[in-house]
Ligand binder design. Structure first.
Ligand code: Q9C
Ligand code: ZN
Length: 334
């Protein structure tokens, strides 16, 4: 399978994150890339398709913020990574502020996504890798893998969060639409709900979003991913959420994914984007499912059975020592 990755994706390396009330080492670290590269055959560098495909799903003011934030942070006299701490919560009127802390609160939905000076660059190339995989399958590959990192599925049109800045899966799905695929499906099987992807396509009927994830009553991102979220307007019925309890193993995960695949097969999609997270693995340090390495090959075979051209986009997975084997197992199923 063709694998796309750019070494600039490695540059983003925040020192610490706010986790359960204290600062801990950043889980979404560049060593994740090394672990995946070591387990995969040769990779290709993506072509640079520019900002236009990114701006097709993201707000221009938000993208400018991602580019400017590290400089504004330094100009405010700060060192280290920019971290938001005050948010314009429900009911606050939109005000045009320029203070870095106000911008951070406006364009982030959590405080676990530090913006180091390379966040934009790394995420830009992560999105280019996803675009390359999308174009590879549009040109006839049955499946292609974008070794994305930073991940993307928590990033919405105008917000970052959950280690994500640019939503690579959404950029890829939109690129497929713009290349003439009438309907695109996104299957999200990261441990966490992909709130950003869901939000981006919430009112649209042309991109079907289905997610299998840890129930938001116990797990991040809490405010999205409940079973009754089905989309709105033209997008009503084009969002499917299948939350599962902590401790979930292969049998019930596979059943839920099967329900998502049935819906995808019925929706008339001409191409598929898979947001793949290996944080469903039993030993993941921040997650609570119980999948085993061999399970991923089986899950991938079920996905391949739908018969759609498929761009696989990497999302989470934080057990670095097992990450290569888990990704290789998943890709072997296609
Ligand atoms: N105490 C992805 O897998 N932190 N993002 C949760 C739990 C955020 C995960 C805190 C986890 C984000 C792409
Ligand atoms: Zn995740």
């Amino acid at each position: 399978m063709r694998v796309f990755h750019d070494s600039r994706q490695r540059l983003h390396a925040p020192a610490e994150e706010l986790h359960n009330g204290g600062f801990t080492a950043y889980a979404e670290k560049p060593e994740r890339v090394d672990a995946m590269l070591a387990a995969l055959a040769a990779t290709e560098r993506p072509e640079d398709r520019g900002l236009a495909p990114v701006l097709a799903v993201h707000d221009a003011g938000y993208i400018r913020f991602l580019q400017d934030a590290p400089r504004l942070w330094r100009e405010a006299g700060r060192t280290g990574d920019a971290i938001p701490y005050a948010f314009p919560v429900v009911g606050r009127r939109p005000v045009r502020l320029t203070r870095i802390d106000a911008l951070l609160g406006r364009y982030a939905f959590d405080a676990t996504t530090p913006l180091g000076s390379h966040a934009f660059e790394a995420s830009y190339w992560s999105a280019q890798s996803a675009l390359a995989a999308a174009h590879a399958v549009l040109s006839g590959e049955r499946a292609a893998f974008a070794l994305c990192r930073p991940p993307g599925h928590h990033a919405g049109a105008d917000y970052c969060g959950g280690y994500c800045h640019i939503n690579a899966a959404a950029v890829a799905a939109q690129a497929m639409r713009d290349a003439g695929v009438g309907r695109v499906a996104v299957l999200d099987i990261d441990y966490h709900h992909g709130n950003g992807t869901q939000d981006i396509f919430w009112t649209r009927g042309d991109v079907f979003y289905a997610s299998v994830h840890a129930g938001p009553a116990t797990d991040y991102p809490f405010y999205w991913g409940h079973a009754d979220e089905v989309g709105e307007g033209e997008g009503r019925g084009a969002t499917l959420n299948l939350p599962l309890p902590r401790g979930t193993r292969l049998d019930s995960f596979r059943r839920a994914q099967g329900a998502a695949l049935d819906a995808i097969a019925r929706c008339g999609a001409g191409a598929l984007v898979v947001s793949f997270g290996a944080d469903t693995w039993a030993g993941d340090p921040i997650s609570h499912f119980a999948l085993e390495t061999d399970d991923y090959a089986l899950l991938a075979r079920d996905i391949a059975g739908v018969g759609l051209p498929t761009a696989v986009v990497m999302e989470g997975g934080y057990a670095v020592d097992a990450l290569g084997a888990n990704v290789a197992s998943f890709l072997s199923g296609f």
